[in-house]
Design a binder for this molecule. Sequence first.
Ligand SMILES: *[C@@H]1O[C@H](CO)[C@@H](O)[C@H](O)[C@H]1NC(C)=O
Length: 153
Amino acid sequence: MPPLLPITTVIVTLALFIFKYLNNVDIGAICATTMKTSATTYVEINNNLPAEITLKVHCKSKDDDLGICDITQFWGFSFTPNFFGGTLFFCSFTLPGQFEWFDIYNQTRDFFYCNDCIWTISRDGPCLLTNYGDFDSCYSWNPSTQLITKPLM
Ligand SMILES: *[C@@H]1O[C@H](CO)[C@@H](O)[C@H](O)[C@H]1NC(C)=O
């Protein structure tokens, strides 16, 4: 008969598992793939630049670096936001003659607004698809001054 695991080991392991499950952003997709998984939230970035212009995007969170993606049409990734809040994905956008960045997913801003957060990117900035089927929820690029206070990409 195998020895019984000490009850404290079981409890600690279980607690760690639950904490990890609740606290971790669970990522599906790296640059090479677009993935819509069973994770609760999907973020998609559509290239709305003039034809033939590739959009270079580099998205990160505190824990994950999704890599540098060259988007000709669209690219997306899935994740489950942090149970305790505060999930943030920020991306840099490199266009010809222009470098910008934007918080593509801010849990405080977006959690109750979208599970499928579909963005279109043009020179003027990002616009989010609304329930009415138009990309008419538009945002400004993050001010470049914030680059000092957040990690550079
Ligand atoms: C996320 O959005 C909220 C609401 O717009 C804002 O107050 C907060 O500063 C944003 N978080 C970050 C890390 O930028």
